[in-house]
Design a protein around this ligand. Structure first.
Ligand code: ADP
Length: 542
């Protein structure tokens, strides 16, 4: 027997309808690409999204067609999202930090019919435009006054383009399982893979993100997503914040410490989210300039492990540092780390131990760890294994790839290696391809990196496995020091000594000017492995 409730498909544009109806006057503030601060409201965003939808419809964009955005976090980008999705087309966010050839590959694979982009990326797109046969038109997210001379096909300024529509338009209706958005994984191994979110998965994911132990913002809060709309579905914030009526502050192209600080401070931001490198820049700026952020209550940090020193730096200022883990394939939230009641009265150092884990999953994410043969491993907080996940906002397949990516119980292998404990807390010990295999035992590169960045002179650290004749692989620690700091190898080794098992100690340390990063801010270990492929460890001679 079926229940007798209404059929109300979970569609993304219902979120902006709700935001406009109930929280219509709430602001969306942007540092625009053109420079000045721009202010609008959810009500205006909805109206202009309808103009986008109407204009796309008139240009013949249909259900299932892909429209790419290559753009910073701005109000126009948000309007484009809802406008594209609201006619059943697919908003394909492309990461502009990828190499131009990768951008071309992705656009061709998705067969995007239109590209909406910021002024910043016009020169890159002009270089690859001749390789993009599916693209019929480029919309430049600016007004007539800032429109550049460009060779891009049928290029038009966004403001001119939407002005041709009056917004007197109805969203289309369709099944909630219809595709709404797509995002390619960064493809550090092999070709990038397209993850295709549905309206239903995005709406359910917004509810997960709104959970008080996750991002948990309310109508009284202000959220600044430093995480870009093009990185893993903006961690769901483009849906979760409007669904709650949370004021949004969009940082546009400027993500350096001073610029992010300025917006956090002047807009009295309460919640913000981004990758560790962004927070490193912010903390360095605040330390140097002796700045404080009295309104900021929570920094959500994910994409890479958040170092203990960073958690401590924020909590010392009375700001909650909430570690988050996830991936593009999970929409992306997998776990967030808040303290369950059994931990709230622990001494501070013990609490930091908990806060350093990646946290526990919200309802609608299920997890297990297994060995290589797929046998489930104990949730004892010690045993590590392959982390597998399932849920309504987890990918079941990749776009245009036939192979099955789930095990027989419907779990997706994340490629991460982790422990799970009896309270549900998960701790990533490595990417399965980064773990260091020393004499048949595993050493966690992340644990060593976390420890090394605890040294006051270390800005960033990366650990890779380097060939060793006796042990197969041993850890090499690569360090980028803080600006103007000087430090020796022995100083760091002494600092680490006693804090980890002896056999985990790095066999050597090298200092570099800058640690390379991927397009999504993770340490680019493949480049480091190439750079140090012939590195001879001092212990290798023995
Ligand atoms: P991209 O490579 O495009 O950035 P994702 O953002 O989907 O792709 O990357 C997901 C991966 O990032 C995870 O599988 C995990 O290895 C890593 N990751 C994400 N958050 C964390 C975290 N808090 N701690 C450690 N690793 C993380």
């Amino acid at each position: 027997m079926h229940g007798l409730m209404q059929d109300w498909p979970l569609l993304c544009h219902r979120i902006i309808d709700h935001a406009a109806m109930i929280h219509g006057g709430r602001e969306v503030v942007t540092r625009s690409v053109e420079g000045p601060i721009h202010r609008t409201t959810y009500s205006e965003i909805r109206q202009r999204s309808l103009q986008v939808a109407q204009r796309l419809d008139r240009d013949g964009i249909k259900l299932g067609d892909r429209v790419a955005t290559i753009a910073w976090n701005t109000w126009r980008h948000l309007e484009a999202w809802y406008g594209i999705m609201g006619i059943g087309a697919i908003c394909h966010t492309v990461n502009p930090r990828l190499f131009p050839e990768q951008i071309a590959w992705i656009i061709n694979h998705a067969e995007d019919r239109m590209v909406m982009t910021d002024l910043t990326f016009v020169p890159i797109l002009e270089k690859i435009a001749s390789q993009l046969p599916s693209v019929e038109r480029f919309i430049i997210l600016t007004d007539a006054a800032h429109m550049p001379q460009t060779t891009l096909k049928n290029a038009v300024a966004y403001e001119e383009w939407i002005a041709e529509a009056d917004g007197n338009f109805q969203w289309k209706t369709f099944d909630e399982n219809t595709a709404a958005a797509m995002c390619y994984t960064s493809g550090t191994t092999g070709d990038p893979k397209g993850v295709l979110y549905s309206h239903r998965s995005n709406v359910l994911h917004a509810l997960m993100a709104n959970n008080g132990d996750a991002l948990g913002t309310t109508t009284k809060d202000t959220m600044l997503p430093v995480v870009p709309l093009f990185h893993a579905n903006s961690w769901g914030i483009a849906f979760s914040a409007p669904s709650m009526g949370t004021k949004l502050v969009m940082p546009g192209p400027k993500l350096d410490g001073a610029s992010v600080y300025e917006l956090l401070s002047t807009e009295k931001v309460t919640h913000t989210a981004g990758v560790p490198t962004v927070w490193l820049m912010l903390l360095q700026y605040m330390e140097k300039e002796k700045k404080t952020l009295p309104d900021l209550r929570m920094v959500v940090c994910g994409g890479s492990a958040m170092p203990r020193a960073m958690i401590k730096a924020f909590t010392d200022m009375g700001i909650e540092a909430r570690h988050a883990w996830g991936m593009t394939e999970m929409s992306p939230l997998g776990t967030t780390c808040s303290l369950q009641p059994q931990f709230t009265s622990l001494p501070r150092e013990k609490q930091l131990d908990v806060l350093q884990t990646q946290g526990f999953p919200p309802f609608m994410v299920e997890m297990k760890i297994t060995d290589d043969a797929g046998k489930e491993l104990p949730r004892d907080g010690k045993t590590f294994g392959r982390l597998k996940v399932r849920g309504p906002a987890v990918a079941g397949r990749y776009f245009r790839v036939d192979s099955d990516i789930l095990d027989e119980d419907g779990y997706f292998d994340t490629g991460d290696v982790a422990t799970l404990d009896g309270y549900g807390y998960m701790r990533i010990t490595d990417r399965s391809k980064d773990v260091i295999k020393s004499g048949g035992e595993w050493i966690s590169s992340i644990d060593l990196e976390n420890l090394a960045v605890g040294h006051p002179k270390v800005a960033e650290a990366a650990v890779i496995g380097v060939y060793h004749p006796k042990w197969d692989e041993r850890p090499l620690l690569i360090v980028q020091l803080k600006p103007d700091a000087t430090c020796t190898r022995d100083e760091i080794l002494q600092f680490m000594d006693g804090k980890i098992a002896k056999w985990w100690m790095p066999d050597d340390i090298v200092f570099v000017e800058a640690i390379p990063h991927t397009a999504t801010g993770k340490i680019l270990k493949t480049a480091l492995r190439d750079q140090f492929s012939n590195y001879r460890l001092p212990t290798a001679a023995a």
